[in-house]
Design a protein around this ligand. Structure first.
Ligand code: NAP
Length: 337
């Protein structure tokens, strides 16, 4: 089957997904796109994405016009928060199309937005289609992979996982939400007024892991600390002098009966190698038997998210209707053609 896809959002992730799908014409046909910023009528999606080639699908400013295309699925890649995209997801459901969104909160919306999750589930069921939230993190490396590893264990005592990554390829929005390039005082103020948030997704990943193990969480605690640079670091969008903030060390801990059972650590910074910090994903699960897995360097956030999303398309199109998480559907595998 060739899946007909509408691309909703043409930023870094959306354009990467379009490129991946164009390389696999035996699986995918792109039939349209939606872009918030104004484009001239009858603009080819390829031109908007700077592909240097037409792909034979228009990009629209009007969501209704984009959803008017005949398609199997919409890839939604614009925002992080369920409440911001809720109405768009309902419109996608009502157009009779399946959807995958990479909004971090949607990887497990039952954690922070259970009421909206219920409404989204109902809308997709009513229209006989499926919605999935996924991505590399949350959605894969610090939740689905951990849950999968516990499948080979007789019992689990506690989980400690760490993802050390390099923020250098990311744009201005990410630098601001991570506090990169601020002074320690500005960082503190940003944490207090909510403009610096660190990673989005710990409540979702921790709840997903706990629910799959049948652990009842009593509390989730999060801390965010500045990573202060000792050296000059620079990317195309930010400069960090020694003494300034190069990133954010975000820790999320899930407590069961007052005991810390799930600890996720995510230090994100620009150019970590300049201070001899190696990127990587590290998962340590204590139990019977204990499991210790390391992936060095990190699974890259961009390619990882693009691939997980596109590789899940066949599973989502074939799934039972409703709102699903990565725990509900078959595991993704690379679509090789
Ligand atoms: N779950 C995960 O693992 C994961 C991984 C990567 C990213 N994400 C999340 O996915 C989102 C997209 O990431 P990205 O790297 O592609 O970001 P990006 O490069 O900044 O692109 C965002 C795109 O969304 C569009 N957009 C923003 N607000 C919109 C709105 N209200 N309506 C329609 N379009 C809107 C922008 O459109 P214009 O260009 O028209 O302004 C832009 O094309 C972010 O929220 C990011 O945090 C999640």
């Amino acid at each position: 089957m060739v899946y007909k896809v509408i691309q909703w959002g043409t930023g870094a992730m959306g354009s990467g997904m379009v490129k991946m799908m164009l390389d696999k014409p035996n699986y995918f046909k792109i039939v349209g796109g939606y872009k918030r910023r104004e484009v001239k009528p009858k603009t080819d999606l390829g031109a908007v994405l700077g592909l240097g080639q037409k792909i034979g699908a228009y990009v629209f400013n009007d969501p209704a016009e984009a959803l008017n295309r005949k398609a199997d699925i919409v890839l939604h890649t614009t925002d992080s928060f369920t409440k911001n995209i809720y109405k768009e997801l309902i419109a996608i459901a009502e157009s009779g199309k399946n959807c995958i969104t990479i909004a971090e909160e949607m990887s497990y919306p039952w954690a922070k937005e259970p009421q909206l999750a219920k409404k989204i589930d109902k809308a997709f069921i009513a229209n006989g289609v499926t919605c999935l939230g996924t991505g590399v993190n949350p959605g894969f490396i610090l939740d689905l992979v951990i849950v999968t590893l516990t499948g080979a264990m007789l019992s689990v005592d506690k989980i400690e996982a760490q993802r050390i990554n390099d923020l250098s390829p990311f744009g201005d929005t990410v630098m601001k939400t991570q506090g990169v390039g601020t002074t320690p005082e500005q960082f503190q103020r940003g944490i207090e007024d909510g403009t610096i948030v660190g990673h989005i997704g710990f409540p979702e990943s921790i709840t997903m892991i706990a629910n799959s193990l049948g652990w009842k969480l009593s509390e989730i605690r999060q801390t965010r600390e500045p990573i202060i640079s000792k050296v000059h670091r620079e990317t195309p969008v930010v400069k960090v002098q020694p003494g300034m903030v190069a990133g954010c060390r975000h820790v999320g801990v899930g407590y069961v009966d007052g005991q810390p059972r799930i600890t996720l650590v995510h230090p994100q910074q620009v150019h970590p190698h300049l201070e001899k910090v190696e990127t990587g994903d590290y998962i340590k699960i204590t139990g019977d038997p204990s499991i210790n897995v390391s992936n060095v360097p990190e699974l890259p956030g961009g390619k990882g998210t693009i691939a997980v999303t596109v590789n899940m398309i066949p599973h989502v199109v074939k799934a039972e209707p409703g709102l699903k998480t990565m725990l509900d559907l078959p595991v993704p595998s690379a679509l090789m053609g």
